[in-house]
Design a binder for this molecule. Sequence first.
Ligand code: DGT
Ligand code: CA
Ligand code: CA
Length: 576
Amino acid sequence: MDNKAISRMFEEIADMLEISGDKYSRFEIRAYRAASLTIGTLQEPIEEIFRKGGVEALKELPGIGEGLAKKIAEFIRTGKMSKYAELKKRYPIDFSSLTAIEGLGPKRIYALYSKLGVKDIESLKAAAEAHKIRGLEGFGEKSEEQIAESLSLVEGNRGRMLLGEALPVAESMVKELLSYAPVEKAFIAGSISRMRETVGDIDILVTSKKPKEVMDFFTSMKGVARAIVSGPTKTTVWLDIGISCDLRVIEDGSFGAAQQYFVGSKAHNIEVRKIAIRKGYKLNEYGLFDKAGKPVEGADETRIYSKLGMQHVPYEMRENRGEIELALKHRIPQLIEMKDIRGDLHTHTKETDGTNAIEEMAQAAIARGYEYFATTNHTKSLRIARGMDESGFRKFFAKVDLLNEKLDGRIRILKGAEVDILKDGSLDLGDKILGEMDCVVAAVHSSTNLTSEEMTKRVEKALGSGMANILAHPTGRLLNEREAYPIDLDAVAQSAKDNGVALEINSFISRLDLNDTNILSTSKYGPMYSIDTDAHSTQHLEMMRYGVGTARRGWLQSVSVLNSMKLEELMRFLKK
Ligand code: DGT
Ligand code: CA
Ligand code: CA
């Protein structure tokens, strides 16, 4: 998969153009950033799109024009992008790692480079430890501390990749393995199968009667940088994208046992194994055996659980957080599924910082089989996202009205906004316009350095305004980049319940906010949850599966999910 490499290069090109001082328009820089986001979150290998349809197919991706498409094609063909190489000569700086540090944008990074020679994480760390940063103009003690804090977060996560980046890679590897005749079944196991928000490596199981051939095929696959461990039943390789992949070849008769073992988690497995022992069995990755060592079951995972007196446990629940007891009592809940989702209640268009027009968003939502979706652009105080004021929204909504008429019931577009919750808890638009909207998503984007008490009060005030329907990304965390801001989620969940506001499970791969543990801990207050993508392009609508996976890790059922409601029922909930 070249997706990640290309996405990084475009982002870095934008960073370098921004500091170059040359006459690049803001429009051009923004185009590179939008393209980076599109490709970084694409759920299909870009080389496959190119192979099938050439430059023309690339141009159909949101925000990719002729020039960018050609650059992508150049990279796929040659492994190089000349525009990138040219700029990189002038700026030998690892922007993609450094911009992940909170408080560092391209300009500040360039200042650190020119004054202190900082060009990567290591040199930044050295500069922070030697307290050289605080003396620089525009930095100070506080920003040095913030950098040091963010550095330790990044280091702690080192080696763990976002689920939304690893899963598509795992899927394309499985597809390639299945195309090789000696491979019979192929299956993604490990933390990816449990939809954990970040993953340490990719685990794949296959069945085959020719393990040696399969391993040779595997190590020669595109994207494999080198073999780390080569064996007849287990091979580990390092992938170009910066993660390792374990492949295990299993015999058909052990497939269920291997599945049970390698889906994990380890903590879940240990408990299941104890139950097996209690019942006079032995359980391992080859099968379930009786005291005499005679195989009892191995091919089918559900039958293994059943022999142990347990219900089959959905992968996302296998974390030893109480699911074992539920399975023994046959009381595993019916979790929310992708097919229950009827729409998306948090999306953007090109009127603010999205890439696609509302017509394109509507077509993409129809293609997904949705009954409705809400268009929720940013509001005026969020200037970097070109947030709109009242008159901007009125003009845009007139367009939406016409489009709704034209679509004639094929889908219903709900008019909304992602309205900023200002520092004092008031909303960034007046009650009049908010009252006219179908779906108001409220969100904190600024002043995130408040105390937990202040932040909680601020959010509670917004929830109690009578204008908000959904609280977007309630903790503000960004995976591998920024911690959640301090906030009392218990109080927020109670207030959400009392005010008829849904808490968002934001599906964007770097957010997943609320996360699984937040959902588990807030469920007892009984709020509704809205699983949204926060799509900034048509492609991003595909990220819904990560939100649903997160919801399943939080044990949610469809009755608690706002966007599993039929339109009519939803409109009743949204009524202010
Ligand atoms: P990761 O890779 O850190 O995101 O998390 P996992 O869960 O994918 O862990 P990994 O790749 O080390 O192992 C895959 C699965 O294999 C794991 O979920 C459970 C199983 N497993 C690994 N080591 C052990 C072990 O020592 N005991 C048991 N019972 N299971 C294990
Ligand atoms: Ca793993
Ligand atoms: Ca592994």
